[in-house]
Design a protein around this ligand. Structure first.
Ligand SMILES: [Zn+2]
Length: 319
């Protein structure tokens, strides 16, 4: 081989595909988390995450017009709860499931309106996270059984953020559907009443912060589905922000122990027949994007490898 060939600059995934740009970011974050597991002596987690998504195989599929779009065909995912790559993929799969289920649900339940709820508690010590989340789950169950609870369907997810003092701030994001009558007269629950309701279900002596937002359309035609998609981005995202994961090794270690085998997403009420509640197994296929577009044998393949030196995925060139 002559020296000339080496001058060919690599092709990076993030340069050729706009929608694959997050890969570089999340894989770099995973590397940071992996390093902290090394510091903590969590060897098994470190090894699994080290092997996560190192090589990505795509098929180039026609986008229906003149272009082609890379579609992921295979990759290894470590499935560690705190892995930033796997958190991102899981959120994508959850959203895809949801986007598919919602039109079917609304078709069969006319007039349901979405409401977005954030339920919080006071920060707790990271060592008390599991216990606090259990308490929140019990409280949510109580609330959903109250007579004045307006949600006929909901999806609820747990997010944990890190307090500046090293505490933990667990909170629920809930996207729920209500009957149109909820907005009329005495059925409507105001912000202050939501706080009181959540307080009494939590059985605490302070008034917890609750945010309630009607997912309202700004367009005169009222494109509810578009609004729901925005709300679901908030509900089904990561469980823990990557920045919070890499702030402090001890916090990460305790978080990992506390969240072990806890549920991140729950589905309730009328949504149950439409939306599966188990953790997505397949983290490869992104159903949200043109699920009908399956790769054929003839579609060209592209392989990208994670380059830790430059923190980017670079195309593997044929030998
Ligand atoms: Zn992973």
């Amino acid at each position: 081989m002559t020296g000339m060939n080496r001058a060919v600059s690599p092709v990076y995934l993030s340069d050729i595909s706009e929608r694959d740009k997050p890969w570089d970011i999340h894989r770099a974050q995973a590397e940071a988390v992996e390093a902290l597991y090394g510091v903590l002596g969590y060897q098994r987690y470190q090894e699994r995450m080290g092997a996560c998504s190192g090589r990505l195989q795509f098929a180039l599929i026609s986008d229906g017009d003149d272009g082609v779009v890379p579609h992921l065909q295979s990759a290894f995912f470590c499935r560690v709860r705190t892995c930033p790559v796997c958190q991102w993929r899981r959120a994508l799969m959850w959203r895809a499931r949801f986007y598919k289920a919602i039109p079917e649900y609304l078709n069969e339940h006319h007039g349901r309106r979405p409401v977005f709820l954030t339920l919080t508690v006071r920060n707790c010590a990271i060592s008390e996270l599991r216990q606090t989340v259990d308490q929140m789950n019990t409280a949510f169950k109580r609330m959903s059984q109250r007579k004045n609870w307006p949600g006929v369907a909901w999806v609820k997810s747990l997010e944990v953020t890190r307090g500046a003092d090293g505490s933990a701030h667990p909170h629920f994001h809930v996207l729920m559907f209500v009957k149109p009558g909820y907005f009329q007269g005495k059925n409507y629950i105001k912000q202050a009443a939501w706080r009181e309701l959540w307080r009494s279900c939590l059985r605490v002596d302070y008034l917890p912060v609750v945010n309630v937002k009607t997912v309202k359309s700004k367009t005169p035609t009222g494109d509810t589905l578009a609004d729901i998609r925005v709300a679901i981005l908030e509900t089904l995202k990561y469980g823990v922000k990557p920045d919070d994961l890499t702030h402090d090794a001890e916090w990460l270690g305790e978080l990992t122990r506390q969240l072990h085998k806890t549920r991140a997403v729950a589905v309730g009420g009328e949504l149950r027949p439409y939306l599966r509640e188990d953790e997505p197994e397949d983290l490869v296929h992104d159903e949200d994007l043109e699920s009908e577009m399956a790769a054929t044998e003839d579609d060209p393949r592209l392989v990208f490898d994670w380059m830790t030196t430059v923190k980017r995925y670079a195309q593997k060139l044929a030998n």
